[in-house]
Design a protein around this ligand. Structure first.
Ligand SMILES: *Cc1c(COP(=O)(O)O)cnc(C)c1O
Length: 393
């Protein structure tokens, strides 16, 4: 590396720091949970993990993962199609298909990889991908990897989606791609209308249910269950509600999953999911496929937190998920408030442009089944104290 380039990069990194835009990673001394200890020994209540069902540190999941480790070994050192498929991988795929009520499921190292795999095998330059403007980065990158024509509609705007469908009507194949739950507002995609429009214009639908699988819908099967529809493809992660380790999948119609097994590059050229993760995720699905008491707790917690915060006068984005955005609009206010809340033992993050639109800064609170009423009351009290101090309420 030349001295010039090194200097240039360091100067860039320094300006990020000067503007307070660099990412400082906070080190945790404990497993993920409702209450965690951060590296200065401070205990805080955690409201910024995607641990919706509270299973990230569940005893039965850990035990199942250990058993898988003992039975199947540490790793496969191979991609699936060479010598990287064990019965436990087929079992997880079958379990996921039965949970999502689909034909088949294909595993990936992450949902980011699943979305990287999803578009290119199916869509060529004579085809069209129609995307919600607020889709997750992994969908955007997956779309970039394929040569299909790109259309983008305003967030959850069905008129604008229809415009895209009309503009792309001469394309051979059309696919509408959307997040199921959008991470920054916690709102749910209008899947009923999307599927109706897809049927009208002969398009496929894919939903990324990473923020929904496990707790949205009557039995936690996700946004399709919530909206009462079926779609062609669902991608999702095991790294959020479904245990929180890592890994992801695409689930859907047999011919589509078969096509991905043949041609999806992150499947063909990347290592198998570790057996310990497959074993843990199977246990998560066993725990939630019958009763799913965790889901009820998560949603009760979200409802309680919402109602108390509204009562206190905070401006929240309305919704039915466990993502509760507390709107502050001003970027400095959002960051300051999050810092002050941390001093009060409440771990939340302020989100600013470009992660959210300009002047729409907020603190995103994520509720979990591991939160106790005492956790919630402590957090609400801290929000009210700091909110008054900063003249927000
Ligand atoms: C978190 C998330 C992903 C990435 O999942 P990983 O398994 O962590 O790679 C993909 N899509 C959406 C919508 C997400 O929220």
């Amino acid at each position: 590396m030349t001295k010039d380039l090194e200097r240039e990069l360091n100067e860039y990194l320094d300006t990020l720091k000067d503007k307070g835009l660099n990412k400082e990673e906070r080190i945790l001394n404990t497993p993920q949970s409702g209450e965690i200890e951060v590296n200065d020994g401070k205990k805080v209540i955690n409201f910024c993990a995607n641990n919706y069902l509270g299973l990230s540190n569940n005893k039965e999941v850990i035990e199942a993962s250990k058993e898988a480790l003992d039975r199947w070994g540490y790793g496969l050192s191979s991609v699936r199609f060479i010598c990287g498929t064990q019965q436990i991988h087929k079992d997880l795929e079958a379990k996921m298909s039965s949970f999502l009520k689909t034909d088949d499921t294909i595993l990936f190292s992450s949902c980011f990889d699943a979305n990287g795999a999803l578009f290119e095998p199916l869509l060529k330059k004579e085809d069209a991908i129609i995307s919600d403007e607020l889709n997750h980065a992994s969908i955007i990158d997956g779309v970039r990897l394929c040569k299909a024509q790109r259309f983008r509609y305003k967030h959850s705007n069905m008129k604008d989606l229809e415009r895209c469908l009309i503009e792309s009507k001469d394309c051979r194949r059309k696919l509408i791609a959307t997040d199921g739950v959008f991470s920054m507002d916690g709102d749910i995609a209008k899947l009923k209308e999307i599927v109706q429009l897809a049927n009208k214009y002969d398009a496929l639908v894919m939903v990324d249910d990473s923020h929904a699988s496990g707790y949205i819908g009557k039995t936690g099967r996700g946004t399709c269950e919530y909206c009462g529809v079926e779609v062609d493809l669902i991608s999702t992660t095991f790294g959020k509600a479904l245990g929180g380790a890592s890994g992801g999948c695409i689930s859907g119609k047999q011919c589509l999953i078969d096509l991905f097994r043949e041609h999806a590059r992150p499947y063909l050229f990347s290592n198998t999911l570790a057996p310990a993760i497959a074993g843990g995720t199977i246990k998560v699905l066993e725990l939630i496929e019958k009763e799913n008491p965790y889901r009820i707790k998560t949603l009760e917690n979200a409802k309680y937190f919402r109602s108390k915060m509204e009562e206190a006068g905070f401006d929240l984005v309305k919704g039915d998920t466990a993502i509760v955005p507390v709107m502050l609009y001003n970027e400095v206010t959002a960051v300051k408030m999050a810092e002050k809340l941390l001093d009060e033992g409440v771990y939340v993050i302020g989100f600013c442009y470009p992660v959210v639109p300009l002047n729409k800064a907020r603190i995103r609170v994520q509720l979990s089944a591991v939160h106790t009423k005492e956790h919630l009351d402590r957090a609400i009290k801290a929000f009210i104290k700091i909110g008054k101090e900063m003249k927000i309420i």
